[in-house]
Ligand binder design. Structure first.
Ligand SMILES: [Cu+2]
Length: 434
């Protein structure tokens, strides 16, 4: 259907071009100069301009109401979000006023001062007053927009004291989040130690030691193999083995700077870091996000919190915000209910499952073929207790030393419960005896 519409439009344009050519040729045949425009033609053009003007005004007005002002993102869920929304709305008001005013003047003048019998054009070369008006008004307006923007930007990028630190790590194609733990300090990290079980490349002295030990053992094993079976091994295989030894040796050398950067404090800071695939935030709490990227530039976009920051390989960027509406509260907002009713109606027709509102973190830089897949769920809970329950659960299996196998996962909860029950029983027994 879309193809047909495009085809019809193209054909209409071609037909019009051909008609123009026919007209030009016939003018030549009639010995009429093309530049000579008759009064009738001028009137026709003026009429067409009016039609164009009305179509433009009606269609753009319809568009502004139909798609604007923020479809699906009516409510800002962060403290600074209201300032951003204010700037956004102010910009739209200025833009729309200028748009309607200038377009109307443009068309009205063109139509009003069309060529007429006896009308003579005024020779008007310069007016300092007019020049000043159309220089000063836009300059003041633009300065206002920029100063307003800078003020808000300064306000929202000023670091907040005691904000909880969370690292957001981007890679093709997904997100990881790292909570800084009780000390609120992230441990060191380096891409050289990135592995499937250590996606952010967190470093501790213990990790470096384990890696070094492992690689040394491997070198020893390969070297022994070369010594014993070297003569019987095909040349290409042997070359491969020698190359691997070289590579492992290089890797060990590259661990040295990491080891030098480690201190007991950085080890402690890393050992309580928790790495997760879903973000839990507490309503009304300040958060400082630190962004890094593993491969290309990504952009962390939190649409509902009106926050966005580039994630750049090789450097750290940051952003602070405070969520003001919990996920549960958002799901009760009339705007959100209406939007999700609409979406779910369509999904049911398509045979898909119904969905409910969730905050998301998206990638807003076209970073590769599966860019659209970069999404992380965000849950904003109402109370610190709800967060603590979730966090305790995550800590059991996603604390850094457990993730990389340096520590055993926490013991099952029922065991602790059993101990508690035993103690309670003991004390009752003691009480009974007494
Ligand atoms: Cu991306």
């Amino acid at each position: 259907m879309k193809f047909l519409i495009v085809l019809v439009i193209v054909l209409v344009i071609v037909a019009l071009a051909q008609l123009m050519k026919v007209y030009e040729l016939s003018s030549k045949l009639r010995n009429k100069d093309e530049a000579d425009v008759t009064l009738g033609e001028t009137k026709f053009n003026a009429g067409m301009l009016l039609v164009f003007y009305l179509t433009l005004m009606i269609s753009s007005t319809w568009m502004f109401f139909h798609y604007g002002p923020r479809p699906g993102l009516e409510i800002s869920a962060s403290e600074h979000g209201n300032d951003i929304d204010f700037l956004y709305d102010a910009n739209w008001i200025i833009l729309l006023t200028v748009f309607y005013l200038t377009q109307t003047l443009l068309f009205v003048f063109a139509i009003k001062y069309q060529k007429k019998k006896g009308r003579k054009a005024v020779f008007f070369a310069h007016s300092t007053k007019l020049e000043l008006v159309w220089t000063i008004i836009p300059a003041v307006t633009l300065a206002g927009i920029i100063i307003g923007g800078l003020l808000v930007w300064n306000k929202i990028t000023t670091p907040v004291e005691n904000a909880e630190v969370i690292e957001i790590y981007a890679q093709q194609f997904g997100w990881n989040a790292r909570y800084a733990g009780e000390d609120n300090t992230l441990g060191n990290s380096d891409f050289k130690v990135i592995e499937t079980n250590n996606p952010l490349g967190v470093v501790t002295s213990a990790l470096i030691d384990t890696k070094e030990k492992l690689w040394k053992e491997e070198i020893e094993k390969i070297e022994k193999q070369i010594k014993e079976e070297g003569e019987l091994t095909p040349d290409d295989k042997l070359e491969e083995m020698v190359e691997k030894v070289e590579r492992l040796k290089r890797q060990i050398i590259r661990l040295e700077p990491l080891r030098r950067a480690q201190t007991p404090e950085t080890d402690l800071a890393a050992n309580d870091d928790v790495i997760v695939k879903e973000l839990y935030l507490v309503k009304g709490k300040d958060y400082e996000f630190k962004f890094r990227s593993r491969d290309v530039i990504h952009s962390a976009l939190f649409p509902h919190f009106r926050a966005q920051m580039n994630c750049v390989p090789g450097m750290e960027t940051r952003f602070t915000f405070k969520p003001t509406i919990s996920t549960a509260e958002m799901r009760k907002m009339p705007e959100v209910i209406a939007q999700y009713e609409k979406t779910n109606e369509k999904r049911v027709v398509q045979g898909k499952e119904e969905v409910e509102f969730n905050y998301v973190l998206l990638c807003n830089k076209i970073c590769g073929s599966s860019h659209y897949n970069m999404q992380m769920n965000i849950v904003v809970v109402d109370t610190q207790e709800e967060f603590d329950t979730w966090y305790a659960e995550q800590k059991k299996s996603k604390t850094f030393p457990i993730l990389v196998g340096l520590e055993e996962p926490a013991k099952e909860e029922d065991k602790t419960e059993e101990t508690i029950v035993e103690t309670v029983m003991d004390s009752t027994a003691v009480a009974q005896v007494q």
